[in-house]
Design a protein around this ligand. Structure first.
Ligand code: SF4
Length: 366
């Protein structure tokens, strides 16, 4: 189906209804709401990319407390920032956060850019984040477009265009710009995001109590649960991570992940990645360590059940195997053996921290 623009007779009731709802009924509270300081808006938006608000809230509070200004963040050491980010996932956001803080602090004297174009040119800032900062901090007329906004527009205007198609992306961005209240873009942008998050929700939208119900095409045509449409299903790659927690005396083997892959820059135990599932026994793990790592007489203390973590494009399966060894083999880098004190300051992927927390196997007590 081809769409050239939104139905004109729906535009004014939509805008008026949304803004009236925002004024009278919108009770959504968030610490950064109404914030005008670009540093805080940027920080909250970067934390919230691919993260639920409920989860992001505590991280935002911790970051603001520890790094109240962009200079504080720019001067922080990488490990401390990654440690604070631990558990949020999508660690490229953390790397970009540091790079942008340092760029603004050291090269722009701490002054945040003021035009949409300059904000968009910052590392890790896409059109959505740039529009949010431009409108919330400077009241510039740029419409935010995220999943909430797409859903509200698709349902209210009955758009049967895949939101992830090239045509769909263009159409929804253009529609969001048409609908934007150019006199108060900061209020309008916040209103449509809040409406999508609290009323026109992905599952179980509150259609019966919705002030836009009368003009809503999806509701009138009973198509609410069909919209918005999506073109493709994301292909999921399966991976099997077998982590050996190697102890030698009071030292533990910890390495930092390198290369272009998930969890880049984070730390992990000794990893064997397999193309397929393996059933481990103590005997099998002992033989594997002797053969592959030239470890003499490892003592296997524990083998976990298989664990899983779903990432956007990958399903990680994994098992943790605890082994104690007497002699550090030459096959493993000497600088990867750390004391518990040092390890406490390193950042690990959630796949590992959740295992440790669940098993109450804090490295501090080893
Ligand atoms: S009636 Fe339902 S689908 Fe339509 S805008 Fe309101 S909550 Fe969304």
């Amino acid at each position: 189906m081809a769409y050239s623009s939104l139905h004109k007779n729906q535009i004014t009731p939509f805008q008026a209804g949304l803004l009236a709802w925002n004024k009278k009924e919108n009770k959504r509270q968030m610490p950064w709401k109404g914030e005008k300081e670009p540093y805080k808006i940027w920080l909250s938006e970067v934390i919230l990319q691919q993260t639920r608000v409920e989860q992001g809230l505590a991280y935002y509070e911790r970051f603001i407390k520890k790094y109240p200004t962009i200079h504080d963040l720019a001067l922080a050491n990488d490990e401390a920032v990654f440690k604070l980010w631990e558990g949020l996932g999508y660690y490229s956001r953390c790397r970009n956060l540091l790079a942008t803080a340092r760029f603004i602090s050291f090269e722009k004297a701490g002054v945040f850019p003021k035009s949409y174009k300059d904000i968009l040119s910052l590392k890790g800032v896409g059109p959505y984040t740039a529009a949010a900062i431009a409108s919330f901090a400077y009241q510039l007329p740029h419409a935010v477009l995220d999943g909430n906004v797409i859903r509200v527009i698709a349902r209210y205007f009955g758009i049967r265009l895949a939101a992830d198609s090239t045509e769909g992306k263009k159409f929804f961005q253009a529609s969001a710009e048409i609908l934007l209240d150019r006199d108060a873009p900061h209020i309008y942008n916040q209103a449509i995001m809040d409406f999508g998050a609290t009323v026109c929700k992905p599952l179980s939208p509150n259609c019966l109590g919705c002030p836009l119900q009368k003009g809503c095409a999806a509701f009138q045509q009973q198509k609410v649960n069909e919209l918005p449409l999506k073109k493709k299903k994301v292909a999921i790659t399966k991976r099997w991570f077998y982590y050996f927690i190697l102890y030698s005396g009071n030292k533990i083997f910890i390495q930092q992940r390198q290369g272009k892959d998930i969890w880049h820059h984070l730390h992990e135990f000794y990893l064997f990645e397999s193309k397929q599932s393996i059933t481990w026994t103590k005997k099998k793990a002992t033989t594997w360590l002797e053969k592959e790592c030239a470890i003499k007489k490892p003592v296997i203390k524990f083998i976990s059940a298989e664990r899983k973590q779903q990432l956007t494009h990958q399903l990680i399966h994994g098992v943790f195997i605890e082994a104690h060894i007497d002699e550090i083999p030459q096959s493993l880098p000497a600088d990867c053996w750390h004391s518990a004190k040092k390890i406490d300051k390193l950042a690990f992927p959630r796949f590992i921290t959740s295992f440790l927390a669940e098993k109450k196997l804090t490295l501090r007590n080893t």
